[in-house]
Ligand binder design. Sequence first.
Ligand code: P6P
Length: 336
Amino acid sequence: MAVPASAVVQLRSQPNPPSLQSCLLAAERASRDDAVRSLSWIVSAISSAAKGIAARLRTAGLDGALGAVGQVNVQGEAQQALDVIANELLIRELESREGVMVLGSEENDELMLIDGLPAHGGRYAVLFDPLDGSSNLDVGGAVGTIFSIYELAAGEETRLQAGRRQGAAGYVLYGPSTVLVMTLGNGVDMFVLEPTVGNFLRVAERIAMPAKGKTYSVNEANLDTFPAGYQRFLAACRKSGYGSRYAGAMVADVHRVLLQGGIFLYPPTAKAPKGKLRLMYEANPMSMILEQAGGIGSTGTGSILDHEPESLHARVPVILGSREDVAALLAELASD
Ligand code: P6P
């Protein structure tokens, strides 16, 4: 059954689309909550870093910034030169913002404590994957930045919290265009970078993802080592005519699911029995986005957002998708 056109998020150009900055200011004016005021200031910092990252990505093939730096990060992954550049741009933008007390990055072993004690307003932790999918860089594939923002109570600076406590989350997809998707906890908005002026302009607001899709996104090379319930679910998808799409970059794959519906999976595998993707700066922010858009984020045994973090770089199995698709998979897993 074809997915009705109305079921896919319709993006349409509009005259004079509002900029990210004006939308953040409107959110501040609409909210009497100091937290929204500070969160928008932090999202603004991330958008500034994202413009710098996008610019470096555009010329990386020309100025020799591609390739690995010969180091391995805390994940045991070869660090790309642009991983380091993106990480430094984000840290520089964020550490200067009032209220930012803690930074956590995929590229840094430990949390970074910042003495950004606010004169007024809240205290915040920002966790991020600066350049998700960076192994795609040398072959011109899509990559992204993922971010997660928590408001901290005094003394909570070094305590990792479950994703349900996030105040804001989002990602930047560096593809044919540079797209920023974010939520402050009141719906999901999408912005596209207008490169000549350098503004992110809103192209969709309060995104509601389709209840069901027609594609699944998973690394099928690992199929034989997935738990049986995943294998049964994927066989049923193929039988009912689902397509398969896998970019090898979580941001690109989840963005497709947000707009078109369907399901993204990184199940437990023999090589990664707890899953490969990191809870704090990949699974949690993406789950907040999808839940705000009417989707579901699950570890297969519970909501991702309720999963208590064991460590900054803890990994979890990831199921992110449309309500009906995720429910069908969870039913299969429950019968294992
Ligand atoms: P695999 C990129 O390295 C990443 O962290 C995610 O962006 C992506 O979804 C996943 O790993 C890809 O992993 O094992 O399929 O190459």
